[in-house]
Design a binder for this molecule. Sequence first.
Ligand code: ARG
Ligand code: ZN
Length: 860
Amino acid sequence: QTIYLKDYTPPSFEVLSIDLSIQVFDDHTLVHSKLVMQRLTSGDLILCGRDLELLNISLNGNALTPQDYEIDPEQLIIKNAPDQAEFAISVKIHPESNTQLEGLYQAGNLFVTQNEPEGFRKITFFPDRPDILTVFTTRIEADKKYPTLLANGNLVEKGELSDNRHFAVWHDPTKKPSYLFAAVIGDLAVLKDSFTTMEGRHVSLEIYALAQDLPKCHVAMQALKDSMKWDEDVYGRPYDLDNYMIVAVSQFNMGAMENKGLNIFNTVCVLADPEVTTDPAMFYVKSTIAHEYFHNWTGNRITCRDWFQLCLKEGFTVFRDQSFSTTLQSPAVQRIDDVSSLKSVQFAEDAGPLSHPPRPDHFVEINNFYTATVYDKGAEIARMMANLLGPEKFRQGTDEYFRRHDGQAVTVEDLVDSLSDGSGVDLRNFLPWYSQPGTPCVKGRGSYDADAKTYTLTLSQSTAKRHNYPEPQPLPIPVGVALFDKETGEQLTLNSTVLKQSEVAENNIKDGIFVLDQAEQTVVFEQVNAEPVVSLLRNFSAPVLLDFDYSDEDLAFLLEHETNGFNQWQAAQMLLERVLLQDHNPAVYLNAIAKALPQVAKDDALLATRLLDIPSENYLASRIDQEYDPAVVHQKRDAVLNALADRLKDYWADAYQSLPIVEFKDNSVEMGKRAYRNMVLGFAIRAGVEGALDWASEQYDNAVCMTERLGALRHLVWNKANNAQDKLDDFYKRFKHEDLALDQWFAVQAGNPQGSVQVARELMEHPEFDWGTPNRIRSVTGNFSGNPVLVWTTEGMQFYTEIAKRLDQQNPVLGSRILQFLSRWYTLKEPLRSEAKNILQGLKGEVNSTSVCETLNNVL
Ligand code: ARG
Ligand code: ZN
């Protein structure tokens, strides 16, 4: 059943308050609720409910019988309900056998909730939609073997009961939608700290985890305090409750969840310790902590009217966490990492059958829309608007947003209206970005007139039309522009006129950003005294593809002369795409990188690792729409890597030797050195530098942190070193009791380009493999997917469809995601293409969940 944005209707009843009582027993849980509802408009009273055993229900003191309501597997409807309706409802649920990880579920010795988007209806009957906000009071009761009893808000009462049981009552003073409700029942240790807000509020900070994991919570705690301070400094947003709790759970479908005052985190997003956590993983912990914290304002205090507006909170919050992360490493590297993931995941998604706008206009299962498009393209839209306004006006705009809408459930239009009115700059022309799918392509050419001293730049935009969507319209595309003197490499000052193409556009180029908002526009730069090279889309000023008539030499020039690392990286990527997708000669790229690299490595080792990025096989595949041959792409990419390795053979050897292992420090300089050391080692091995594999073994043995140990292990395993198995066994023994490290043991083997479907299957038969832990499943399926040559084989495709089928019942949200790996099957060359189609078609009729079925239907 498809749900449409255009069908949105406001609720007919509001909920003034809910009193919830959750009684946990070993083989079932009872949930009693008291709901005080009041009519807003005419219409039926609808309570959502799924997989609930209704024990009794009364309305205004009178027990209801089945004649009094209509009930189906999704909802309970009361026609002609009185305007004031007070319900008492009791249901029985089974968290102990809930494998879907939605609603209340048991994970090991812990009971936790995941209610976004529609999990609360699996806990009790409730109008489970984000535009119904209410005050929650929660009583939790359980056996004393579970000493930890948590819910949102403040603890108001706790006590002992007979039968070795106890209870706690929590009251959350802030109104919130049901998807932000959380409860935790378990036996957890807690790390405590505190933060005093700019308003002088003393907030107690608590991170709950298994006792053995408590030492790994300090990084997250510091990140939380840093985030709280950052949101005050940059957005003027203080925290609003007296406590902030975070709970770590190892079985979790996503990264983390921003439940009001009680975040629930996948362990991989909260636990960090250099011994068991790599630097990128530790970085991810910090940015996820920030992300969930920032939701308190963008998501919780101001939430979404309906789930179509998901990117209102997610896009904006991702933009906020990216901005925060920029304070933790160089802005260039941060931007490279964000853009790199946008291009490899979101562009790929938008180029295939699962393409959708950041604000979709229809869906079957909203769980399928927690996508790169909603999150990351959503963040790019927020970023474009923020960049156009500049920090001061953007702050005026966000201040206005918080002033107008605090406590409300709103839409994307409300955000853009507030930003416009608050800043005095009308940004409403950005709204179509939210509703148009596909990645726009900006094409362009430039020419220099030496006599007139003008440089004329013509840019045009186009977006492929998508089935079921209207003809794409031109969007406002901010194009970052700079001119460089071709002789000297100096940056030139801009002096320009925009030739009018229509009534609409006469924007002069302010601060080096030109807003392309027509199908085609021309800009003339004046007083350009020497022939320039133009740099476009600086800092990735818009989420678009760029196809400019650069010569390879122009791009090499930009790689050398651009003034910031992001733009250098972008030039390198463009050159590489030409080599890899259009068979350009790699010589220009190799010369340019060889020239630029040593200096960059001295200044910023982390940036140097990024400059050495070669676009992934999956990204390259996303740019190929037909006759895709995974083996050919792999071989071309491999050839570039080999050529790069050979070209700088001596450099790799020297660079590796000059980077000794030193004491672990968590800062971006040391992180850069560790990353660069691993990368250089990989190239040294590839180049056949004598002894390089021994260096890897030594690095493995002498490692002081996981980044070093895992980096070395990966090189040994992926290069089939003689001692690879020994080191794998050693790693296993060392980290057998550290789930997140053991995930890496699975990942290294599953992601091995020299591996096979058989290897991946065997990993899934391993005694430590666990179908109940998404992290473990992803460590195999996610890493295996990095090798399209293996995925796009009969066995590879069957491997994924079998997993999707298995998870269809057990955990459909995850099953659906795994199926997404196969979404671009139709681009394959024959006979693989037909085979892929058969295999996918074979899955039809074998799966039942709405999540998996919707994805399968879209993919086929
Ligand atoms: N709101 C969470 C976050 O981005 C994600 C929760 C998504 N959960 C889900 N079942 N799709 O921080
Ligand atoms: Zn989020």
